[in-house]
Ligand binder design. Structure first.
Ligand SMILES: Cc1cc2nc3c(=O)[nH]c(=O)nc-3n(C[C@H](O)[C@H](O)[C@H](O)COP(=O)(O)OP(=O)(O)OC[C@H]3O[C@@H](n4cnc5c(N)ncnc54)[C@H](O)[C@@H]3O)c2cc1C
Length: 437
């Protein structure tokens, strides 16, 4: 009978909650500590690509994602100038055919509530108003310090507290450092019913539309919650812009001014927005080390590997982390294997996060090309070809989608565990021998 260990997860974001589900399914005792007084009620859309959908399917949650989500039929790339459709790709059909799973868009709040309910059903305890200020570990015991002055102890602590992670600062002894990515992000919504009188705008309901322009891109897709069209725009900000961490409401006219010269259809859409907020996209370097010296504290999700949102894969990576941890902790034979499990986790997850980060940078460059020869050639390739490896309509690029959407986190974790069991996993402490007892 595998041992049941106590695990504290810091942060009830999408990554922390998914991990709570996975670790409860592996029969461990799970407590999630969240500093907020309740689950978030703000946010907008989030995409659930097949690589995270696969995890939800394994856990019997796919029907629930269906209930809160929409499967966009197509993915269109448009010129920022006049809205010319440069590439139209079937999205839902292609994902189902190639990966056996839909591509969903959901409201972040709905997904978070769905995951919290599933975690609690599995037996996880979620405690709110529990702000963690630090962590420390000794072999065999991991501690979290709370703002209340209390200290809690567990066998394992996982820092899933997001890109400004306190756990990371405390674990690695380095202050949180951010860099301005150089981009503003705008989030706006339009009630779908207000599109009804305009045939061209109504078309936007069918799928994902991107206007790719110089120095930025605008993305729209429909959301079930509230019957909204979600708009996410990223755009290079002026050099003297004030860095704003949190979304701040801004007048519609200011957004319209920033995109002067863009497609009239896009401006018609902007004129219908009911809410619009802007903030600065910040970037943190990936944590150099995800696991502490004591071998029982680790980082995951954005705390370990925050990436910019251009490929809509940040939360998906966090959900893959959760699946990986569930397989590894589900295979454990003895508590003494915890340090090796966390080493295996970091070793298999880091290269994927690093590569995703690289691909995100490439996507940003492709979609923000300034006017000129490169942009004209990009648009010609989009217009004239069916998808090929490196195709600029990234969600249709066969090589990228195979790598990103085809990833099976459970399978990769099982393969790693097999290698560990053979005694061939680098930097582990030899606890694989326990498996053959
Ligand atoms: C504009 C934008 C669009 C995006 N779109 C997508 C998308 O479409 N698809 C996708 O996969 N990803 C997307 N992402 C990325 C995604 O939002 C993140 O990667 C994901 O939310 C990370 O989840 P997490 O659980 O690791 O961290 P978070 O979601 O940041 O959760 C961290 C949690 O920890 C809590 N916390 C923080 N500090 C403490 C503390 N000291 N003590 C206790 N609790 C604490 C926080 O309150 C929070 O609840 C997008 C990001 C942005 C900015």
């Amino acid at each position: 009978m595998p041992p049941s260990v106590s695990i504290i997860i810091v942060g009830a974001g999408l990554g922390g909650l998914a991990t709570a589900i996975g670790l409860r399914r592996a029969d461990h005792q799970v407590t999630v500590l969240e500093k907020a007084p309740a689950l978030g009620e703000i946010g907008a859309g989030i995409k659930v690509p097949p690589n995270s959908g696969r995890v939800f399917r394994e856990w019997g949650l796919l029907d629930e994602v269906h209930k809160i989500g929409i499967c966009p039929q197509e993915n269109k790339m448009r010129s920022y100038r006049d809205g010319e459709v440069l590439s139209t790709m079937p999205l839902d059909g292609t994902c189902r055919d190639k990966f056996g799973l839909p591509y969903f868009v959901v409201h972040r709040v709905d997904l978070q509530h769905m995951l919290a309910a599933a975690a609690e059903r599995e037996g996880a305890v979620i405690e709110f108003k529990r702000e963690v200020t630090g962590v420390r570990g000794i072999p065999g015991e991991a501690f979290v310090q709370l703002a209340s002055g209390e200290e809690l102890v567990a066998d394992v602590v996982l820092g899933a507290d997001g890109e400004r992670s306190r756990v990371r600062t405390s674990l690695l002894g380095q202050e949180f450092r951010w860099r301005d990515s150089g981009d503003h992000v705008f989030r706006a919504t339009v009630p779908l019913q207000t599109l009804q009188g305009d045939e061209e705008l109504k078309e936007l309901e069918k799928g994902i539309n991107w206007w790719i322009g110089p120095q930025g891109n605008a993305l729209t897709y429909p959301l079930k919650r509230g019957g909204l069209l979600n708009i996410v725009i990223t755009h290079v900000h002026p050099l003297d812009a004030i860095v704003e961490f949190a979304p701040r409401p801004i007048p519609q006219a200011d957004v319209a001014n920033e995109f002067e010269g863009w497609d009239p259809l896009y401006h018609r859409l902007l004129s219908l927005t009911t809410t619009c907020a802007r903030w600065t996209l910040l970037h943190t370097d990936m944590a150099t080390q995800w696991t502490g010296e004591s071998g029982n504290i680790a980082l995951m999700g954005d705390a370990a590997h925050a990436i910019l949102p251009y490929l809509a894969q940040g939360a998906a990576l966090a959900v893959e982390d959760a699946a990986t941890l569930s397989v590894l902790f589900g295979s454990m034979k003895d508590k003494s294997q915890i340090p090796d499990i966390l080493t295996v986790f970091e070793t298999i997850r880091k290269p994927r996060a690093v590569e995703m980060n690289c691909r995100v940078g490439m996507a940003r460059d492709i979609w923000s090309m300034p006017d000129g020869a490169l942009q004209r050639e990009r648009d010609r390739q989009l217009r004239e070809y069916e998808p090929y490896d490196g195709y600029p309509n990234v969600l249709a690029d066969p090589a990228l989608t195979e790598w990103a959407f085809g990833y099976d986190a459970f399978e990769e974790a099982r393969k790693a565990w097999d290698k560990f069991q053979r005694g061939q996993f680098p930097h582990t402490r030899g606890t694989w021998k326990l498996n053959s007892d």
